[in-house]
Design a protein around this ligand. Structure first.
Ligand SMILES: Cc1cc2nc3c(=O)[nH]c(=O)nc-3n(C[C@H](O)[C@H](O)[C@H](O)COP(=O)(O)O)c2cc1C
Length: 216
């Protein structure tokens, strides 16, 4: 049997995809992509993304339409008292506006980390502190997030990466609304929907002379 070293996709195609992804705010609830395709993307990403020692600590919640609204209602209701108490009225008004705009989207892909596989892996390599594996789980989560964000936008949708679960009270409210295990900790919300206009321009980057060193 001969083994082909020629991948079906060229690096230039992959990099075009990477460069296409942008933060898109104000997305709409009208999309031309089927719910099945969205779920298929999520399934393919979770089956393909890497994790340290293949620990697979990432978990994903897909919420669409009414369920998406339920997620943002849960975050809004869960965060209100804590934000008012710790940050005051003005901060709450600002955050409530943001939550309202996310609620107008079509769906949210919430990325979680399950602490159980982290503990399991740590028990095998207990000479390392558990923080090492928690760090690797975060890295792996971020890899899932960037692949998901990019793939969703390659369907012609817009998306942004949110961390609204960090508001006091929100994390527990998300778990409770969808009856999720207590070991699932939310890490990011990918809010997506129809594009409100053209894709935004790429932000300015530091010069390559600052960010990359090459020795050859
Ligand atoms: C780790 C990380 C956390 C981010 N958190 C948020 C966030 O909480 N809310 C938000 O609106 N954008 C968030 N962003 C989006 C960045 O602001 C955005 O990626 C950056 O300004 C570059 O713009 P681009 O996404 O169009 O390339 C985050 C991005 C990264 C990589």
């Amino acid at each position: 049997m001969t083994v082909s070293n020629t991948p079906a996709v060229k690096s230039s195609t992959f990099l075009e995809a990477v460069k296409h992804r942008r933060t898109v705010y104000g997305v709409t609830d009208e999309v031309s992509v089927s719910d099945d395709r969205i779920v298929e993307i999520v399934n393919e990403v979770i089956q393909s993304a890497p994790s340290s020692w293949n620990m697979q600590s990432t978990r994903i919640l897909v919420t669409l339409k009414k369920e998406h609204e339920k997620l943002w209602d849960a975050i809004t209701d869960g965060a209100k008292a804590g934000v008012l108490e710790t940050q005051g009225e003005e901060a709450w008004t600002r955050n409530e506006e943001r939550f309202k705009s996310f609620r107008k989207a079509y769906g949210t892909i919430t990325v979680f980390e399950d602490h159980a596989p982290i503990e399991k892996l740590h028990s095998k390599f207990s000479h390392f502190p558990i923080g090492v594996f928690e760090g690797f789980a975060e890295h792996s989560s971020a890899m899932h997030q960037i692949i998901l964000w990019t793939a969703i936008e390659l369907e012609g949708l817009g998306a942004s990466l949110q961390h609204s679960h960090m508001m006091p009270g929100a994390e527990e409210a998300i778990r409770s609304a969808f009856d999720l295990p207590s070991s699932w900790a939310p890490k990011a919300e990918i809010v997506f929907g129809g594009l409100p206009g053209d894709m935004p321009a790429a932000p300015e980057k530091e010069p390559l002379s600052t960010t990359v060193k090459v020795f050859k």
